[in-house]
Design a binder for this molecule. Structure first.
Ligand SMILES: Cc1ncc(COP(=O)(O)O)c(C=O)c1O
Length: 392
C-alpha cells in the first residue's frame, strides 16, 4: 500500500462517537459513518510520536507551560496566511464551541440578538439560544449552484441594531471558502456598524487547490479590532479528541472580558496532550496536510464522478474547502424528514441530515469524505443500490 491515507483502520471500540455512537444515534451498528466531522486517518506521525513519547513518561500531572504550543501556532499563522499575531493576543478554550459560548457570555447580554448564516454548523444555534440570546438568520443565497452571503439583508440586520455576528469561514456545510472580496465586503459592514464578529475559522487549513483562506481579521487593523478568530489543530490534524482551540483577540477590552470569563470558569489550564499534539502538528504537519488535501481532492472527484453516473438526481456542490460534501437530494422525491433514514436503511450510510443546519438545509444531506477511498467506494455502491429501490 503506497498511500497511507488508503489504510482502513478499525475505529470501533475506540471511544469514537463517529463509529461507536452509531446504534444510539442512527439505530444501527453496521453503517458507514460519514456524519460527524472527524476523519478516519491517523494524525501526522510526528504527532503520534510526540503523544506517545509524552504518554510513555507515565506522569500526567497538571499542565503548566504551553508557550511552545503558542509559538508553533503563531509561526503557522505567519507561514500559512502571512498573518503576524503576537502570542500575547491568543487565548484558549477546550474547543471552538466552548470558546464561542465564553465569548457570547463575555461580550453580549441576555436577550441580545446574534446573526448567523444558515445553512450552518448546528451548534451556532445552540450557543446562542442556550445562553438566552436570540438568533437572527441571514440565510445564504443559492443561485446557479453557488452559495453567497446576502450582504443586502445583512446590512438591514445591522441597521436594525444587531451588534454580534458568528461567521463560518470556510463555511460548513456548503464548503465555501469566502474570497478576499467577500470578506472585505463583510469587514466593511462590520466596521461601519460597529459589530462584534466571532469568526469561526476552524476549517481554515483545509483548502482545495485554486482557493485561498484569508483570516478576516488579517484584512485591516480596524476589522482586527472587531474580531475574535477561532482556530485550532482539531480539524486540520484530526486531533479533535484533545479538545483545544485558539482564539485570537487583538481588541484589548474583548480580551480582558474573555479572560475574565475563562478565570470565572477555571479554564486557564490546557489539556496536556492537546498542547503536545498541537505543537508537533504546527511544527511538523505541513507536508502531511498537503498530502491529505491531495487525497481528499481525489475523494471529491471520485464522489462527483460516481454520483453523476449512478445518482444524477443528487446534486453535489464541489467544496472549495473542508472535507464535507453538501448533497442536494431534493429531486429524489423522498419526504425531507425521511431522507436521512432512507440512506441509513437502503444505503447503509450514516450521513448528517441537512435539516439540522437550519433554513436552506431541508432536502440536503452532508457527507463526510475524510476517510479511505475504499469506504467512499462502498458508500457509493450503497447509494447506487438504494436508488434502485426507488425505481422498483
Ligand atoms: C464550523 C465548526 N466550528 C467548530 C467545530 C467544532 O470545533 P470544536 O471541536 O473545537 O468545538 C466544527 C466541527 O465540525 C465546525 O464545523
Amino acid at each position: 500500500m503506497n498511500n497511507p491515507f488508503d489504510q482502513v483502520i478499525d475505529r470501533k471500540n475506540t471511544h469514537s462517537i463517529k463509529w461507536d455512537g452509531l446504534p444510539e444515534l442512527f439505530g444501527e451498528d453496521d453503517l458507514i459513518p460519514m456524519w460527524v466531522a472527524d476523519m478516519d486517518f491517523k494524525a501526522p506521525k510526528e504527532v503520534v510520536q510526540a503523544v506517545t513519547q509524552r504518554a510513555t513518561h507515565g506522569i500526567y500531572g497538571y499542565e503548566g507551560d504551553y508557550q511552545g504550543y503558542v509559538q508553533a501556532f503563531s509561526s503557522w499563522l505567519e507561514k500559512q496566511f502571512a498573518w503576524s499575531v503576537d502570542g500575547e493576543l491568543i487565548r484558549h478554550s477546550p474547543g471552538v464551541v466552548l470558546g464561542l459560548v465564553i465569548s457570547i457570555r463575555a461580550l453580549t447580554e441576555p436577550g441580545e440578538r446574534i446573526v448567523i448564516q444558515p445553512p450552518v454548523y448546528t451548534p451556532f444555534f445552540k450557543v446562542v439560544s442556550d445562553n438566552d440570546r436570540v438568533i437572527v438568520e441571514n440565510p445564504l443565497i443559492l443561485e446557479d449552484g453557488h452559495f453567497t452571503m446576502n450582504f443586502k439583508e445583512l446590512e438591514e440586520i445591522f441597521k436594525s441594531g444587531v451588534k454580534t455576528m458568528i461567521l463560518c469561514s470556510p463555511h460548513n456545510p456548503v464548503g465555501r471558502v469566502w474570497t478576499k472580496e467577500e470578506l472585505n465586503n463583510l469587514a466593511r459592514l462590520v466596521t461601519q456598524y460597529e459589530v462584534t464578529l466571532l469568526a469561526d475559522e476552524i476549517w481554515s487549513d483545509l483548502i482545495f487547490k485554486g482557493h485561498q483562506h484569508t483570516p478576516i481579521a488579517s484584512l485591516s487593523p480596524e476589522i482586527a479590532q472587531r474580531t475574535l478568530t477561532f482556530m485550532g489543530p482539531s480539524k486540520t490534524f484530526n486531533v479533535a479528541g484533545f479538545y483545544l482551540a485558539n482564539i485570537i483577540i487583538p481588541n484589548e477590552t474583548f480580551r480582558r472580558r474573555f479572560t475574565a470569563q475563562i478565570k470565572a470558569l477555571s479554564l486557564e489550564q490546557l489539556n496536556l496532550f492537546g498542547i503536545v499534539a498541537g505543537e508537533a502538528a504546527y511544527k511538523h504537519g505541513e507536508e502531511w496536510l498537503n498530502n491529505l488535501m491531495n487525497y481528499l481532492e481525489g475523494n471529491v472527484e471520485y464522489v462527483i464522478a460516481r454520483l453523476a453516473t449512478v445518482a444524477p438526481q443528487i446534486k453535489v456542490f464541489r467544496p472549495e474547502g473542508t472535507y464535507v460534501l453538501w448533497l442536494d437530494c431534493r429531486s429524489l422525491g423522498i419526504p425531507y424528514d425521511q431522507l436521512n433514514q432512507f440512506f441509513v436503511k437502503n444505503a447503509g450510510l450514516a450521513l448528517t441530515d441537512g435539516q439540522i443546519f437550519g433554513s436552506g438545509g431541508q432536502g440536503f444531506q452532508r457527507m463526510n469524505i475524510g476517510c479511505p477511498r475504499a469506504l467512499i467506494e462502498e458508500a457509493l455502491e450503497g447509494i447506487e443500490k438504494a436508488l434502485k429501490t426507488l425505481d422498483s
